[in-house]
Design a protein. Structure first.
Length: 93
């Protein structure tokens, strides 16, 4: 096998792995923001990656400065992950 085939196979494997681990964004409405605690309450659709139904719940913000991007009533999309056992917003858009 020549080096080009090996490199092509490696690049393809990395691309497929990256696509498979891509986080799923979920739609939500901001219900409450707790700047002091670095938390946000969201009315969210199903969290596919966490196998959770749609509901209202409190999330920790991975970076407390994310709260500055939010206003109560905003329609957002976010990624939630379990970080040290806590449901955490890791990305916003």
């Amino acid at each position: 096998m020549n080096i080009r085939k090996i490199l092509s196979a490696a690049i393809l494997a990395i691309a497929v792995a990256g696509a498979a681990s891509a986080a799923t964004f979920t739609k939500a409405t901001v219900k409450k923001i707790d700047l002091k605690a670095g938390k946000v309450t969201l009315i969210h659709e199903e969290l596919v990656d966490l196998e959770m139904p749609a509901m209202t719940m409190v999330f920790v913000l991975a970076d407390p400065s994310m709260a500055q991007q939010l206003t109560v009533g905003d329609e957002i999309e976010f990624v939630a992950e379990r970080v040290n056992g806590k449901l955490t917003v890791t990305e916003l858009r």
